[in-house]
Design a protein around this ligand. Structure first.
Ligand SMILES: NC(=O)c1ccc[n+]([C@@H]2O[C@H](COP(=O)([O-])OP(=O)(O)OC[C@H]3O[C@@H](n4cnc5c(N)ncnc54)[C@H](O)[C@@H]3O)[C@@H](O)[C@H]2O)c1
Length: 466
């Protein structure tokens, strides 16, 4: 390592260790805001940069818009001068480190949309200076840091590993998880050089309990895609098993729970109405796209995508079955969707299967409403039709609908009330547990009457859908 590089490394390390490092986080969403807060807690003075001025204003007011980040945490960091936000990227010139947490969606063709990353990196390149540490956090295909980020930054004349430092460190946050957060989930880091990895690890070690370094940025990118592909494929498998169980008259929920008692070699995944969120439905296609570029066909990913993508159609079939028990058609029926966020107890509707289910039911002529304590409204562009507002769940409301369908098993729902006042009910999440009734249709399970009579029914089992 040259003397000049050595000096840059020592200067940055000293700043990190003394806790007087200036860190920027670009993209203040579900990933960026929690990271900004943890970096500020770990001793950095943090500047959050976002093109969305509403987010910038909220942070500078000391308010959080991410359920997992408390207002109080943002407020005290802002009041203490440890966190501020801006849309003025020229401030990057004063930053020692920058972590990039912008979206990485798919295009309509299911190819990676790298435009957000490119735009953020252009901003970094415009203000890149010797000694700066740049860390990409956005989930992306293996090779992005090396093939896209590094050339864009090196076009400035500065060289990665010599004049500035470059690393990839995937974010693994699980929104709504009360146990695991940005600080206590081990953080994987891969650097363009070993020194780059060491500097990124030194920065994050002050905020995050455990750092795991891998030998390259490519390996770090692949780690995140393996994790999310593992989930997508296993969910695809269990969704297929659920549809198979329906055909065979077996209760998939009972089967998975019993299989999960095996203390080794099995991990429980549960079926549902389809994949949602910004990660699992999208990230595996970043990997299959990259594999295809290299002449490799990622068959598991494609197959899981097909099975998981079929689930909203399957759910609409279940609604039709439930209506059928009342001699009603989907066309003209009033259907209430319970839960529209992509998973329990969060407010995120990105890629949520509920959006597909609502669109399909409307296409078949159903009149659809929804109730979700976390999502007050759904704009028209998400539904390809008129917008919707969440309705209150009370007996009178439930009784107005021909069918209710549970798509997200929020803990705030009163399932006894739902069972007692729904004319028919589809449960895609096993939210009703052992509650049963003639009007209940469950995904992946035959009606209880079709199976062996049960002698262990609790009070909930005795409730009947009207
Ligand atoms: N949400 C999750 O659970 C999760 C978990 C792990 C990893 N990730 C990954 O992290 C990345 C970010 O995801 P997210 O959920 O935080 O997204 P998000 O949409 O919640 O936040 C992204 C933010 O970036 C901002 N932004 C977009 N372009 C910008 C630009 N050029 N400059 C500055 N700001 C810009 C947006 O305004 C938004 O505030 C994605 O790659 C995602 O796959 C997400």
């Amino acid at each position: 390592m040259s003397t000049k590089t050595n000096q840059l490394v020592i200067r940055l390390l000293r700043r990190i260790e003394r806790g007087d490092v200036q860190s920027a986080v670009i993209g203040l969403g579900y990933v960026g805001l929690p990271l900004a807060v943890e970096l500020a807690r770990g001793g950095s003075t943090v500047l959050g940069l976002d093109v969305d001025t509403r987010k910038v204003d909220a942070i500078n007011r000391g308010a959080s818009y991410i359920p997992d980040v408390a207002d109080a945490d943002v407020r005290w960091l802002v009041d203490a001068g440890r966190l501020r936000a801006s849309s003025d990227f020229s401030a990057l010139r004063q930053m020692d480190t920058v972590s990039i947490c912008v979206p990485t969606p798919l295009r309509k063709t299911r190819d990676p949309d790298v435009s957000y990353m490119v735009s953020a990196i252009e901003q970094v390149a415009a203000h890149l200076h010797p000694g700066m540490l740049v860390i990409l956090e956005s989930t992306t295909y293996p090779g992005t840091t090396e093939e896209l980020v590094q050339p864009m930054l090196e076009a400035t004349g500065l060289q990665a590993g010599r004049d500035f430092f470059l690393a990839f460190s995937p974010e693994r946050v699980d929104p709504g998880n009360p146990r695991f957060n940005t600080a206590n989930v081990p953080k994987v880091v891969g650097g363009t050089t070993d020194t780059c990895a060491a500097l990124a690890s030194a920065l994050y070690r002050r905020s995050i309990d455990r750092i795991v370094t891998v030998r390259s940025t490519k390996a770090a990118e692949m780690v995140k895609l393996l994790e999310n592909t593992f989930r997508a494929v296993n969910i695809g498998l269990v969704n297929e098993i659920a549809m198979m169980c329906d055909t065979l008259g077996i209760d998939v929920w009972e089967v998975v729970d019993a299989a999960a008692t095996k203390p080794f070699g099995f991990m429980a995944f549960y079926p549902g109405p389809g994949l949602g969120g910004h990660c699992i439905p999208i990230d595996p296609f970043y990997l299959s796209w990259k594999a295809k570029q290299n002449g490799f066909e990622a068959r598991f990913i494609e197959l899981a995508g097909q099975v998981n993508g079929q689930m909203p159609h399957y759910v609409v079939g279940k609604v039709a079955n439930a209506l059928n028990t009342q001699c009603k058609a989907v066309n003209g029926a009033r259907v209430l969707v319970l839960g529209v966020s992509y998973k329990r107890d969060v407010d995120d509707v990105r890629e949520a299967p509920a959006l597909d289910v609502i669109r399909m039911l409307r296409e078949k002529g159903a009149e659809v409403s929804y109730s979700d304590p976390h999502v007050p409204s759904l704009p028209a562009h998400l539904l390809n039709g008129s917008p919707l507002s969440s309705v209150e769940l009370d007996p009178a409301t439930l009784e107005q609908f021909d069918c209710a369908v549970i798509l997200t098993d929020h803990q705030g729902f009163d399932y006894d009330l739902i069972v007692a006042h729904s004319q028919s009910l589809v449960d895609t999440r096993n939210a009703l547990g052992r509650r049963s009734g003639p009007g209940i249709v469950r995904l992946g399970a035959p009606p209880p009457e079709a199976g062996r009579p049960r002698d262990d029914r609790d009070e909930g089992d005795q409730r009947r859908v009207a």
